[in-house]
Design a protein around this ligand. Structure first.
Ligand code: ACO
Length: 333
């Protein structure tokens, strides 16, 4: 009975690099404001006609290759996304078709920035229950086709990027290496602090011309930025403390903290609140922006490539996002 482990990861970045100066050509913003408030220097956007499942398929193939596996070795697909290819069916089903793995269960996890950690928890539960042997968990987003790139939408539009990360998850043969604990939280009373109101089944007509042409269109995401920022710092710090306490560790035992990438300042504030050294925090938002459900698998990929993530490391993953939802996972790599 070994612990569940992440056997391999892969990533796919959208093909077009969009700098802060590029955005300044579309709206009233500038490189200094964006970098100062968020740490972001650039992000990737898709060129055209690419969905999260397309990016996810590239990331998934890379993760499979790195594990020496074929798509047919997967017996369950989970897909974390807030920007699915279609309202229905699930992006997991679209990905399944791209990978050519018929007849395995495929399911979306619609938990925004915490989608990967919710998905990891579901995968761990499935595997430990003996239900599935090897789960492919993908986080994939195409934000760029759903943002308001005028000055009206600048608070949100500058933050997000397109990309996907994938992980092959299975039971290991070690009782000490793998997922040690997972911790999920949500509080729906904060739903309207960070949300995308349309297209909504509550509206008499789901999409009207007025929704598109109004001064305050519900078709774009809205966020009470400062409010979200404060909650993100508090809840992330709490979730990290919860994860280490569950394992009988203290924060200083963590070798690598891999947080969601919503804002570099959030991650710096969390490290400061925990008196945790910033050099042990993985941050790549500077180059990628916020890719929501994809941030953590991409950060794991980057940390492995950079040699920062090594066998035996105590790793804490943490995320906070719309819902509000927040989560942490403690694992021994
Ligand atoms: N360029 C220039 N000026 C801007 C921009 C921009 N892109 N965006 C906003 N401003 C202006 C505002 O209009 C405002 O001007 P005013 O003072 O004249 O009214 C001023 O800058 C300050 O705006 P704030 O929104 O208060 O700026 P803040 O310092 O809070 O930074 C930010 C905004 C970066 C969005 C920050 O609040 C944040 O990161 N919040 C949390 C994001 C987050 O964690 N999201 C959760 C995950 S996302 C998910 O789950 C989908």
């Amino acid at each position: 009975m070994g612990l569940t482990r992440i056997r391999s990861v892969g990533r796919c970045l959208a093909d077009k690099i969009v700098t802060n100066d590029d955005l300044a050509g579309l709206m009233e913003t500038d490189d200094e404001w964006i970098q100062q408030r968020s740490g972001i220097q650039q992000r990737h956007h898709i060129s055209e006609n690419t969905g999260p499942a397309d990016l996810g398929a590239v990331a998934a193939r890379q993760a499979l290759d790195r594990a020496g596996l074929e798509p047919g070795d997967i017996d369950c697909i989970l897909f974390g996304t807030l920007s699915p290819d279609y309202d229905m069916p699930a992006s997991a089903c679209v990905l399944q078709d791209r990978l050519g793995i018929p007849d395995v269960p495929a399911m979306d996890v619609r938990n925004q920035c915490t989608g990967f950690l919710y998905g990891l928890t579901v995968a761990d539960a499935f595997i430990q229950a003996g239900r599935y042997e090897r789960v492919l968990l993908v986080g994939g987003e195409v934000h760029s086709t759903g943002l308001d790139f005028t000055t009206r939408g600048r608070q949100v539009a500058v933050l997000f990027g397109d990309g996907a990360g994938a992980a092959v998850i299975e039971r290991g043969d070690d009782d000490e290496r793998g997922i040690l604990s997972t911790h999920l939280h949500s509080d729906g009373k904060f739903a309207d602090k960070l949300w995308l109101e349309a297209v909504s089944a509550r509206a008499p007509h789901r999409l009207t011309e007025e929704m598109i042409t109004s001064d305050d269109p519900p078709i774009f995401p809205k966020m009470q930025g400062r409010y979200v920022f404060k909650h993100a710092v508090t809840r992330s710090a709490e979730a990290i403390r919860e994860a280490v306490a569950a394992g009988g560790y203290s924060v200083s035992d963590i070798d690598l903290l891999v947080p969601h990438q919503a804002n570099l300042r959030i991650n710096q504030a969390v490290a400061m609140a925990l008196e945790f050294p910033e050099e042990k925090v993985v941050n790549n938002i500077q180059k990628l922006g916020n890719t929501t459900a994809a941030t953590i698998p991409i950060a794991l990929y980057d940390a492995l490539e950079d040699g920062r993530l090594n066998e035996g490391d105590l790793v804490c993953l943490v995320a906070f996002g719309a819902g509000f939802t927040w989560a942490s996972v403690l694992l021994r790599w």
